[in-house]
Design a protein around this ligand. Structure first.
Ligand code: ARG
Length: 580
């Protein structure tokens, strides 16, 4: 239980003891201002209204029922009946002292581990990964890491698009190139974008080729060995491309996490059969359709979702229905989270709704589309190359490294070569990831190199720098954090603020995974770094005249700050460096 939850349960208990009905919520929140205490309970007013009592009187009664003597130094009533809770420095000290050598900085593993299926990245394999895949990949991966950090079981599902008519064209083209010159194939496939374009060109201009391509789609779908081999080769090469990107970005996806669209093929006829048995299917001019009352067309008619086309072909939605069956009934998910852009919102609402009606999902399982907005250029339009083309992720990462190299050459000319390589990589990848993660995912955001590489503000370089700053304090003091022995003392107001921040890591992570919102963690780490800078200014460590016990205590704070920043950045999938 994090601190907020602990206070919530304690104040709720007191509310009930003071006469509020069973189940009344204390509504404890972190206080907006220091004079309102560290936490504030807002639930008294509502409860008093229901009971027909004076809220301030009820609040007094609640306070009498509280047993927080060890935890709180002061509990006050404010305004119409808010309860402000000021935590005790001694209690903070006790908590923090236990966490000094704990890399998890006091965050326990969940008592009840849940199974969370996370569908992210999921590119279509016909083309190379481009900026459109960045947000899903980065946000999904950091939420994945947060769940794992909290002790939950995560099943990563990279639902790659490896099926569909364009693959007929691609494998036919691959075969044709090989017939002309086997070496040309691997050459061309090293650039999937060009390969796709050339294949498409042949398809559009050469009717004989188009005929073969169409034949190959049918053959592939009916399990023809030759076509399947070609297709497997293509998919393998395309997945290698994605894996290179994952590796560069420090994204935790591997081959084992690929659960492609094609993996559900065999189950699709079954999906149709089950929907039919439930009476959900309607024949609409030869196509099989589910009509949903809760979605209306422009004319106010129930909206139809096509599950099987007239020619027998299945659709993107059909595969998603099968995937939910698998995730709920085979993987036994408690939650299935989809990191897919906002334009697919209706697709998911419809698929989720059909699954509920058909029993493809289970009552215990929550299906959630965690939508995100678009990545925009400085002009506020979708992010494109200067020529107006899609930006390949590989090229974006190259540019980040070039820019970081220039920046680090100016900022830290004294690093040795090996350190430099690490710092450039950490800053480059960190900047791209952090710029994305630090924004509320539901809105669009402007991708701007200068902003994300700035050393001030809520950026990766700022947080990475703060971390190295703490590390340098230890170097200067000539001790390792593990060697510290003294007692942590919360005395100065800056120490109190820092102590409170450090204690809120757990609740920040809890909210982040509940909402699938990494920007909450970014905001938190930014606050930790800022609070630390203020603390360090007021409470120097290595200055002459600082007493030994004080120095030890301050170093303990530094150790906690370093561990929190490191653990937090780890959850975001961002590497730290010791010096920069
Ligand atoms: N491949 C899809 C695309 O690029 C995203 C897949 C998302 N996941 C899913 N289960 N539909 O648009």
């Amino acid at each position: 239980m994090n601190i907020r939850q602990f206070l919530e349960s304690e104040v709720s208990r007191a509310l009930v003891a003071a006469g509020a009905p069973e189940g009344t919520q204390a509504m404890v929140r972190t206080s907006a201002r220091a004079n309102f205490g560290d936490y504030q309970a807002n639930g008294v007013m509502g409860a008093a209204k229901k009971l027909g009592k004076n809220p301030r009187e009820l609040a007094e009664n609640v306070i009498r029922q509280l047993s927080l003597a060890d935890v709180a130094e002061k509990i006050e009533i404010a305004g119409p009946g808010f309860i402000n809770i000021f935590l005790k420095p001694e209690w903070m000290q006790q908590q923090l002292q236990q966490w000094i050598t704990d890399p998890r900085v006091g965050v326990p593993k969940a008592d009840k581990s849940k199974t969370i299926v996370i569908d992210y990245s999921s590119p279509n394999l016909a083309k190379e990964m481009h900026v459109g895949h960045l947000r899903s990949t980065i946000i999904g991966d950091s939420v994945t890491r947060a769940f794992e950090f909290l002790g939950h079981k995560v099943v990563r599902q990279n639902h790659v698009g490896d099926w569909g008519t364009q693959f007929g064209m691609l494998i036919a083209y691959m075969e044709r190139l090989a017939a002309e010159n086997p070496d040309a194939v691997s050459m061309e496939l090293s650039d999937l974008e060009t390969f796709y374009r050339d294949a498409k060109k042949s398809f559009d201009e050469d009717s004989e080729f188009a005929e073969v391509a169409r034949e190959y789609v049918v053959k592939l779908q009916s399990g023809d060995e030759h076509c399947k081999k070609l297709w497997e080769k293509f998919i393998d090469i395309s997945l290698n491309h994605s894996e290179e990107i994952y590796h560069r970005l420090n994204v935790s996806l591997t081959r084992d996490n690929v659960m492609a669209e094609s993996a559900y093929n065999d189950d699709l006829p079954n999906v149709i059969k089950l929907l039919d048995e439930k009476g959900l299917l309607t024949d609409d001019q030869g196509a099989k359709v589910v009509f949903l009352d809760e979605f209306k067309t422009k004319d106010g008619e129930p909206m139809g979702v096509i599950i099987q086309k007239k020619d027998g072909g299945f659709l993107y939605s059909t595969t998603d229905l099968a995937a939910i069956r698998y995730r709920c009934h085979t993987l036994h998910a408690d939650r299935v989270l989809y990191y897919v852009d906002a334009r697919q919102a209706q697709h998911f609402e419809q698929v989720f709704s059909i699954c509920k009606k058909a029993g493809f999902s289970t009552p215990r399982c929550s299906l959630e589309h965690h939508a995100f907005g678009m990545m925009l250029g400085d002009d506020g339009k979708p992010f494109k190359t200067r020529a107006g083309g899609v930006v390949k992720l590989a090229e974006l990462l190259d540019e980040a490294e070039d820019r970081a190299a220039t920046l680090i050459a100016q900022k830290s000319p004294n690093l040795d070569e090996e350190q430099k390589v690490d710092v450039i990589r950490a800053v480059a990848m960190g900047a791209i990831k952090y710029a994305d993660l630090s924004k509320n995912r539901t809105s669009d955001y402007i991708f701007n190199w200068d902003n994300m590489l700035a050393f001030d503000g809520n950026t990766a370089p700022y947080i990475l720098y703060a971390y190295t700053r703490v590390k340098s304090i230890f170097r200067k003091a000539g001790v390792q954090p593990e060697e510290l022995s003294g007692e942590l003392m919360v005395t100065a107001p800056e120490e109190r603020t820092l102590a409170m921040k450090l204690m809120q890591f757990h609740e920040t992570l809890d909210v982040m995974v509940a909402e699938g919102q990494p920007h909450l963690l970014c905001g938190y780490l930014y606050d930790v770094a800022g609070t630390f800078m203020t603390f360090y200014e007021a409470c120097p460590v290595n200055k002459a005249g600082v007493e030994e016990a004080t120095k030890q205590s301050r170093l303990l704070f530094c150790a906690l700050v370093a561990n929190t920043l490191k653990a937090g950045l780890d959850v975001l999938g961002i590497d730290t460096v010791e010096q920069m």
